[in-house]
Design a protein around this ligand. Structure first.
Ligand SMILES: Nc1ncnc2c1ncn2[C@@H]1O[C@H](COP(=O)(O)OP(=O)(O)OP(=O)(O)O)[C@@H](O)[C@H]1O
Length: 300
């Protein structure tokens, strides 16, 4: 079943298009990583899916309904970000005790086990937590709520690296025993990659790629070697990025539609072919210039 279906989805803030004609579907019971640079439109997309924002145009269906102000969507969804707030009158353990009222699948026991593991105390208040602890508490709520649609917008803000790893592991373990549709937005794809099934890459409000992690690993290939040979070899291919190593040595990332013959031919010519990680691919795809930061230093 399609949990999210967007067709030509556009969201404007006054005249600025934050989402610019996005078309994609997210299937039930998958973990999708929403990857994009600062200002790419991730939060806008997630908040529109969550029903907080009304799209400017296009179609958006969540659980086959229009999500804006929709009760069915609201009761089947949780949206976690670092701005999530809880009552300043309730202590953290009171929040966990009360959460079952809002989330039908709430696993209180799991919530308290995570609460103890991450070192929270019963008399603490949410607004007195550090940034990283607040994100960790919000993440506990997001996991234990077990909502059919669980949205995490940059959930690891402020978490240190071991807490981030524990969070991803806890999320994956709970997902495997209770599959649901999860969307996680982040800039840090390499940390997330192990738990993701699909990746949706967006840039300037448009979807660039929507592939499984395995497809993403095969999507591009790097060609490196003597500049003249690399340039000749890549001349009629789809170039994704170029990096100048030295004047004599080039590194070019191309779309990987090479066959066996191409691989042999590259070897004969002294050209090296190497894989490109999904994280690097996202960086190349969303880079403002094909040469990335190198272009700032290359004025010729
Ligand atoms: N309330 C707003 N009013 C006007 N423009 C906005 C508003 N919110 C976001 N934008 C613009 O819309 C675009 C997308 O913003 P959005 O916050 O969705 O991106 P993002 O990918 O979540 O960014 P980040 O990774 O930095 O959080 C940006 O250009 C941003 O400046």
């Amino acid at each position: 079943m399609k949990v999210v279906e967007a067709i030509d989805l556009t969201k404007k803030y006054k005249r600025k298009s934050a989402l610019d004609g996005m078309t994609f579907t997210l299937q039930e019971e998958k973990i999708t990583g929403l990857i994009g640079r600062n200002g790419a439109g991730k939060t806008t997309l997630l908040k529109t899916i969550a029903g907080f924002f009304r799209p400017t145009s296009g179609t958006l269906r969540v659980f086959e309904e229009t999500p804006f102000n929709n009760l069915k969507v609201a009761t089947n969804m949780i949206y976690i970000d670092d701005e999530m707030d809880f009552s300043s009158y309730l202590t953290l353990d009171e929040v966990l005790n009360a959460a079952g009222t809002f989330y039908p699948n709430w696993d209180k026991e799991l919530a308290f086990r995570l609460f103890d593991y991450f070192g929270f105390g019963p008399n603490q208040f949410h607004n007195a937590l550090s940034k990283g602890m607040r994100s960790t508490f919000n993440a506990i709520v997001g996991i234990a709520a077990r909502c059919p649609l669980t949205i995490f917008d940059e959930p690891t803000t402020g978490m240190d690296s071991s807490v981030r790893k524990d969070f991803y592991r806890a999320l994956l373990k709970d997902y495997l025993s209770h599959p649901r549709t999860i969307i996680l937005s982040s800039h840090l794809l390499n940390e997330l990659e192990e738990i993701l099934e699909d990746i949706l890459v967006i840039n300037e409000g448009k979807e660039l790629l929507h592939l499984s992690v395995d497809e993403m690993k095969e999507y591009a290939i790097a060609v490196s070697g003597p500049t003249a040979k690399v340039n000749e070899w890549t001349a009629n291919r789809e170039v994704i990025a170029t990096k100048t190593i030295t004047d004599a040595h080039a590194y070019v990332v191309i779309k990987n539609n090479l066959n066996h013959q191409d691989h042999e031919n590259a070897m004969i010519k002294g050209i090296k072919l190497t894989s490109v990680t999904p994280d690097d691919l996202c960086t190349y795809l969303t880079s403002k210039t094909k040469g990335g930061i190198d272009d700032v230093f290359n004025r010729n």
